[in-house]
Design a binder for this molecule. Sequence first.
Ligand code: ASP
Length: 440
Amino acid sequence: MRVCKFGGTSMADSESIKKVVEIVRRDASRKYIVASAPGKRDKADVKITDALYDCYAALDGGDFDSAFDSITQRFMSITEGLSLDLDICAILDEVKASILKERSRDFTASRGEYLSALLLSKALGATFVDVAGLIKFKESGELLLDESLALIRSRLEGVERAVLPGFYGSLPDGKIKTFSRGGSDISGAIVASAVGADAYENWTDVDGFLSADPRVVKSPKLIDYLSYNELRELSYMGAEVLHPEAIYPVRRAGIPIHIKNTFHPSAAGTTIVANARHMSDFGVITGVAGKKGFSIINIEKEMMNSEIGFARRVLSVFESEGICFEHMPSGIDTLSVVVRDEYLSGKLPSLIAALWRATEADSIEVQSGLSLIATVGHNMASHQGTAAKIFKALAERHINVRMIDQGSSELNIIVGVDTFDYEKAIRAIYEQFCQNESEI
Ligand code: ASP
């Protein structure tokens, strides 16, 4: 039995939804379907989720009616295109009224998935199952995974085929809460884990996971098998196929993830399992991914190495300021903390002041304009010379390495480079391993 999640481009219009219906009907094991809100039909189009965020913004003195018009048009045209026997006008009126009543950003955004799943359930002749009472969050916004799994399991028991909206659940007071953007991937993973699926199929608009960003590297190789850990590293570092948090629920249950293309269903796609080492025909590295927009906070203090509790004091400042950090490379009397710029925005002056107070450092300096690049692959653990190749590739292109981090799991090597070198560095590393086809 399989759980399928269909992304925004698969749900974008009636033509793509017809493909979804065909894929689901082709295989009786595709029992539980999780739907995203309609995405972009072409580059210039607007995702329904974004259009709904605009509706929410318009609640505050804007033109809500005309903002909601684009939602109406889109769902009416899907209903017509699929010839669904459904009073879509009445449903949209109800949704509009509920948005006006709730006046909640998350509730408004969630209606894209709600409507999308409702229409797909009609098109498939399947049961519509709302997730509002099934996916539960704590007051703090943290997902209550075990509780949600139990609720979904008992709700879906005996249901032949069901369609569920992705992206949202509810807080203890019943108010709707969404995951972060792209969160329908997480909903699909939760449903797959709840029903003990044999596979979680994630249907999207690409043939699978690529070994590098195609906007940076020309025709990067498709990855056939990937481990959960490699996927986590690559998606956290910017590979955009799957939400990075979608891995946990299925990994716990040992359920493989298949990335498939709705518009090219015969393509093999990418399979994600616990240990891909012996399955993949890949060589030393599995992929290269990266992200822009980091800063380094360098702290220097004489005799820091013998000062007990120094790192704890530094990190407790980050904790009390509510700032997440990415890496913490250190020297003998220096310690650096790498942080995403978005987390620092508006908080930097108070962070630096608190660091001075907590550490009595000799100097504290902030350097921005950093990008991180992760070279990922399980097979690196058994090969010598991988790091040498990465640094040789960067040196040959005169790219300055500002930070290096390799965990002892040897799953990845992360380098920090100046953002203006970012694309050049990704290409350099990719090509270095690509020159010999068997190495990537
Ligand atoms: N519709 C939501 C978004 O655009 C969630 C999703 O598609 O996964 O982020």
